[in-house]
Design a protein around this ligand. Structure first.
Ligand SMILES: [Zn+2]
Length: 509
């Protein structure tokens, strides 16, 4: 959600890539003469080959689970923690990397103390204390501390300190400020997250609480959260501060846990009138996209001095206060909850596939508008298309490959939704509404590419869709519409337009 930062970090990544790969393979802690295998083994790569963010994530291992155990003090923003990572080596590893920024006190691998060094922008390079062979189970324990709001890269932190606590909510960079990770959507894992805070402070995170908050010495409480669904690292979150928590049961029997910052004041009713519709929205969306992919539902209305956007943090989206300034907005709730299917369960394989997240979540708003009788998707298409003049820069950004600095550009959202509408027109409603649930079923809890979506849409529709995909996702300029599709008069503004615009104004950058 930070376009400027994404561009800056992309530049930094390019300049540091050289130093990151010129490590010393095999020299690490290997004992001489141990085996030829170790002597020739290469270190885990410092990135996962993402074309936009080459050093995000790491190679050589695959994480199954993060146990993130923290202590946090809102008064000082001081965070101390122990994260235990359960992983499996996917190659022989003399050395591997984690993505992390806070001060590290120790790293242990399967109980052995491991040497480590900071490299590049956000890399923690760990030397194997003993031989690690392909397929081996790894238990990596990292102890650390820091003040995340003061831990800056190029003047930037993905951690938001507030008057009464903090929000760890950002995309794509978030985990670096609170737990060491293989920070790329390609490596999903389950999470146990617990945070000790002074009594009277609430901690909200993903999934469900496996136990009520536990009293700890020094007038503190430890809050615990667990998610048993595979979760991309950027979709794990913390909201710490003064919250009213509202719990209920959804029509599908799942727990609904919503939380409202007590700082919202006069914005609180609009926040509740929006977020309390989460279960209704999930129920409606399940009928179109397929079964809801996770074990819990909910939303968090963040504090007035928190974030300026919203994020589809898994099982429980977090919303900034701006969405409630002009009353309730169900469209942003639809957008973030659509992401639970498109983005969270079916995640990008590379960040350039961002259209699979934002185009689909934006189109869900158009479908909701139809459902609410506030304008059809066609009316929203016509009005959006007419709203961007042919010579606007908007049409120069390609939703299918926007560039690292533009993954949250308006075009990814609005032209992205227009692209899906054109695909719907090309295949017809019958095929289109079979393609959507087939997509979420085939890639449930996985990763996927734009090319794979095209292949699925072609398979189900029996049509060659290359023209519509190329035109709407990969060609600069405003696509021409067939004369028959052009309205003779300027399209009327649909009733849903203002709310959708308000939401996108805060979501896209
Ligand atoms: Zn979105």
């Amino acid at each position: 959600m930070r376009r400027v930062f994404a561009a800056a970090i992309a530049a930094l990544t390019v300049t540091t890539a050289g130093t990151l790969v010129t490590g010393a393979p095999g020299q690490a802690a290997d004992r001489p003469g141990r085996s030829r295998l170790v002597a020739t083994a290469t270190p885990g790569a410092p990135g996962l080959g993402d074309s936009y963010f080459p050093d995000y994530g790491n190679g050589g291992y695959d994480v199954d689970h993060y146990d993130v155990r923290l202590r946090y003090d809102p008064a000082t923003d001081r965070l101390t923690g122990t994260t235990t990572i359960l992983a499996r080596a996917t190659q022989d590893l003399p050395r591997f990397n984690l993505d992390f920024l806070l001060d590290v006190e120790s790293v242990k691998v399967n109980g052995w103390t491991a040497p480590y060094a900071r490299e590049g922008v956000h890399e923690l390079a760990v030397t194997a204390p003993r031989r690690i062979v392909r397929g081996q189970q790894l238990t990596i324990v990292v102890r650390y501390s820091g003040v995340p709001s003061e831990t800056l890269i190029g003047g930037y932190t993905g951690w938001t300190r507030t008057d009464d606590g903090a929000l760890a909510v950002n995309e794509p960079e978030s985990s670096w400020w609170w737990f060491p990770a293989n920070d790329h959507p390609l490596d999903k894992a389950t999470f146990d997250i617990s945070v000790s805070v002074p009594s009277g402070v609430e901690v909200i995170s993903n999934g469900v609480p496996p136990r009520p908050p536990l009293a700890e010495a020094g007038d503190r409480m430890r809050w615990s959260w667990r998610t048993t669904s595979p979760t991309a690292t950027y979709l794990a979150f913390l909201a710490i501060g003064q919250y009213d928590v509202v719990t209920d049961t959804a029509p599908n029997g799942q727990p609904v846990i919503n939380a409202y910052s007590t700082t919202l004041g006069p914005l609180a009713p609009a926040a509740r009138a929006s977020i309390e519709r989460t279960a209704e929205v999930v129920d409606w969306a399940s009928g179109i996209f397929g079964p809801y992919p996770f074990e819990a539902q909910g939303g968090v209305a963040g504090p007035v001095d928190g974030i300026g956007f919203a994020l589809e943090t898994q099982t429980r989206s977090v919303y900034g206060p701006g969405f409630w300034r002009r009353g309730a907005n169900s469209y942003v709730v639809v957008h973030e909850n659509a992401h639970q299917w498109f983005g969270d369960s079916v995640s990008v394989a590379q960040w350039r596939d961002i259209w699979l997240n934002e185009g689909f979540a934006s189109y869900a708003e158009w479908l909701w508008s139809e459902e609410q009788g506030e304008g059809t998707a066609q009316e929203l298409f016509d009005f959006t298309y007419a709203g961007y003049p042919a010579d606007s820069d908007f049409w120069q950004v390609l939703p299918g490959d926007p560039g690292a600095g533009r993954i949250f550009d308006d075009a990814v959202y609005d032209r992205g939704a227009m692209a899906l509408h054109q695909i719907r027109l090309a295949v017809g409603d019958e095929a289109f509404f079979r393609i959507l649930p087939a997509w979420t079923a085939e890639h449930r809890h996985g990763n996927a590419t734009v090319a794979q979506f095209q292949a699925l849409a072609e398979r189900i529709s029996g049509l060659d869709l290359d023209d519509v995909f190329t035109t709407w996702l990969f060609t600069p300029g405003r696509p021409a519409l067939p004369t028959a599709a052009r309205s003779a008069t300027a399209p009327q503004q649909p009733a849903s337009w203002a709310k959708i615009r308000e939401a996108h104004h805060l979501l896209a950058r």
